[in-house]
Design a protein around this ligand. Sequence first.
Ligand code: G3H
Ligand code: 13P
Ligand code: ZN
Length: 314
Amino acid sequence: MALVNTKKMFEMAYKNGYAIGAFNVNNMEITQGIIEAVAEEKAPLILQVSKGGREYASLSYLRAIIDVVVEENPDIPIAINLDHGDTFETCKQFVDAGFTSVMIDASSKPFEENIEITKQVVEYAHPRDVVVEAELGQLGGIEEEVVGVDDVDTHVADPEQVQEFVEKSGCDSLAIACGTSHGAYKFKTAPTLAFDVIEEIQKRLPGFPLVMHGSSSVLKEFVDLINKYGGQMPNAMGVPEEMVSRASKMGMCKVNIDTDLRLALTSKIRQVFAEIPSEFDPRKYLGPGREAIKEMVKHKLHVVGCAGKAAECR
Ligand code: G3H
Ligand code: 13P
Ligand code: ZN
């Protein structure tokens, strides 16, 4: 099946109380690890490319890799999304490159300006059958290309503004700040998410798909492996998986996970280097790294609940 946009996926996810996993791709091994997991678990899939991903690998290489994925997996509905597009121009480039979904992240701009930029992207994308994700409120944490704020609590989205934003901008889905942040250091104290805010937004906008960024759980097992084999990641902390599962049943139809895949890959590569110091064949460490990504993604598909849902999303 050809690439699809996220409309049907979100409709089914919302109706049946699960989320679609959205995973970032930056090279062939990451992409292969993801698709092998998704194929085994018969899940729908959103692959996404950030501006940083484009700069690292180039859009033409990533598009070619994704084309192979689509061709070899005709039974899986696959959408490709620009992650955190910063300007209209960036979004336009990705629409023109055949992406079926683009995110315009103008969340750092004033409210009215965010609406205007989002509207502009919607007007370009919709006639081309491309859906638009927007963002409201600022996520905490600092990550390459994605700079958020430190004080998460004061940046949780305001349900009233969310309603106005969706109505005025015409976006198809919305990432809302609800306590998560990007990267491996999400909380300094006990993790909490603003479930009351998510619930209130759902009441105001029934059926409207929300998106949760910063959904990695930073699993202790992987941080421990990294630290054991020479890494330094003290105090790393993510969103507990039971919270991710709970949000996935509450209209968070798309759950973005990147950091957990990075941790899986890095921990395995570190382990190979530490245990076999003479190894210098990239296939001997990238191969196990790819396998670690596959296992991580298989696990995440159950956390968000979309394992086995490929057929109903077609
Ligand atoms: O939202 C952040 C994603 O993890 C992408 O990160 O901008 O470093 O590619 P990146
Ligand atoms: P994590 O850093 O929690 O994996 O979040 C990724 C993300 O939100 C990509 O847009
Ligand atoms: Zn994000």
